[in-house]
Ligand binder design. Structure first.
Ligand code: IMP
Ligand code: MG
Length: 189
């Protein structure tokens, strides 16, 4: 893993390795495969951030499945959420009566998934669950569970593996965090 990533005058340090990410994805997929045996869920990726995670996750899924995407915008080019969520691309699939799994890269304030939950529930899915690779400890203000979580992390700004900073560095194979930061480590939950 490259040591430090410098972008827009900020320095990011290695945080979660490619190996740790892939191992955790296999564990999450094992749970999902067991929970959805005999069903045909639709995995709904939230663009742009989740595209790499979704691609790796569904290749570990052994039940029949479909995919679709929402595109949301909330961060712009900043490191802090604007607090405004806008729907830039709606779904193409029919959600009514289906088992839906929404796939996020990271849950920070929770505004995005709360917004999505609201949209999907109106369409009367058979079931609705949430998968996220990362969740920031203590930050999300949501009153419902995130069902499958890869890693709980300290509330630091992170990049790589789909996560951007001003639209760049999504292509990094592992996850980096803004440094210097606290000493918290990612925890599988
Ligand atoms: P939320 O609505 O505040 O939960 O944030 C949702 C979206 O903001 C995520 O899906 C990411 O795309 C983006 N985001 C949140 N935290 C970070 C971060 O630390 N780095 C990069 N993008 C982030
Ligand atoms: Mg996202």
């Amino acid at each position: 893993m490259t040591n430090l990533v410098k972008i827009k005058g900020d320095t990011f340090e290695p945080f979660i390795t490619e190996e740790q990410i892939q191992k955790r994805i296999r564990e999450l997929a094992a749970h999902i495969n067991a929970d959805y045996a005999g069903k045909t869920p639709i995995f709904i990726g939230v663009l742009n951030g989740s595209f790499i995670f979704l691609a790796d996750l569904i290749r570990e899924i052994q039940v029949d499945c479909e995919i679709d995407f929402f595109k949301l915008s909330s961060y712009g080019d900043a490191k802090i959420s604007s607090g405004q969520v806008t729907l830039l691309k709606d779904l193409n699939c029919e959600v009514a009566g289906r088992d839906i799994l929404v796939v996020e890269d990271i849950v920070d304030s929770g505004l995005s998934i709360a917004f999505i939950k609201n949209i999907i529930e109106k369409e009367k899915p058979k079931s609705l669950k949430f998968v996220t690779l990362l969740i920031k400890k203590g930050v999300p203000k949501i009153d419902f569970p995130v069902d499958y979580v890869g890693f709980e992390i300290p509330p630091d700004f992170v990049i790589g593996y789909g996560l951007d900073y001003a639209q760049k560095v999504r292509n990094l194979k592992s996850i980096y965090r803004l440094s210097p930061q606290g000493t918290g480590t990612p925890e599988s939950v």
